[in-house]
Design a protein around this ligand. Structure first.
Ligand SMILES: Cc1cc2nc3c(=O)[nH]c(=O)nc-3n(C[C@H](O)[C@H](O)[C@H](O)COP(=O)(O)O)c2cc1C
Length: 213
């Protein structure tokens, strides 16, 4: 099959961004709540976000500065504070999440400006968003600055608030049909969860039996 090759060393950052954001999809969205030095609650969405382990339970956030030396409010807050909350975004929370990406000045709390209802966290200071289907209380583990405009933040999940109809407290399984997460595609495009399907993972032995090899 033929292919076009995009060599990253020959591309402008914006071209790499467009390629990566259009191709590595859908990305989950972390609506992060954090506290500024005056105790105001900041909320902002991040789709350079994922989980990468359970022991310790770690999540990552890709934080881009507005300009060299000008970090976003979340980045500034997390440079000082030790904790934050990742509120997961489902269909009902989508519009609110998008409004939180408005470039409010640093002294304006998205939570106050948009009238978003919060609820206290158990183990960390920043509150969670009451309507979020899940909220991950996190402690900052470390932050890696790759250059003047890009930081990778790693956080440890200390606790999860889960809507009781979504996660079974006995089995720890989450109902994939009921949970309606939205995913970020490129630019202003998002997706809803489509049809859920299952595939059984085979052992080598089973594969050999099935294929006769
Ligand atoms: C769906 C979505 C995903 C986003 N993902 C990121 C991201 O991964 N990294 C980033 O730096 N900004 C991301 N942004 C932009 C920030 O949310 C935006 O700059 C926001 O205003 C930052 O707010 P703050 O200054 O209060 O932290 C995203 C925006 C949207 C709408």
């Amino acid at each position: 099959m033929s292919s076009d090759v995009y060599v990253f060393s020959e591309l402008k950052p914006i071209e790499r961004y467009k390629l990566l954001c259009g191709i590595v999809v859908p990305r989950p969205i972390a609506l992060v709540t954090s506290l500024d030095e005056a105790g105001r609650v900041n909320a902002a969405p991040f789709s350079f976000f994922n989980v990468f382990s359970e022991e310790p339970a770690q999540i990552v956030l890709g934080l881009q500065h507005k300009a060299p030396g000008q970090p976003k409010d979340t980045t500034r807050n997390l440079a000082r504070a030790k904790s934050f909350v990742v509120n997961m975004v489902d269909e009902p929370l989508a519009e609110t999440m998008n409004l939180c990406a408005t470039d409010f000045p640093p002294d304006v709390s998205e939570i106050e400006a948009l009238g978003i209802e919060t609820a206290p966290s158990n183990l960390v200071e920043p509150p969670r968003i009451a309507a979020a289907p899940f909220a991950l209380e996190c402690r900052k583990s470390m932050s890696l600055a790759f250059n003047e405009t890009r930081e990778l933040l790693i956080g440890e999940v200390l606790a999860i608030h889960a809507r009781p109809d979504l996660t079974d407290a006995k089995t720890f399984y989450t109902d994939a049909q009921r949970y309606r997460p939205i995913g970020r595609l490129a630019g202003n495009a998002y997706c809803r969860q489509g049809e859920v399907f299952e595939m059984r993972r085979l052992s080598y032995e089973q594969w050999r039996k099935d294929t006769g090899r």
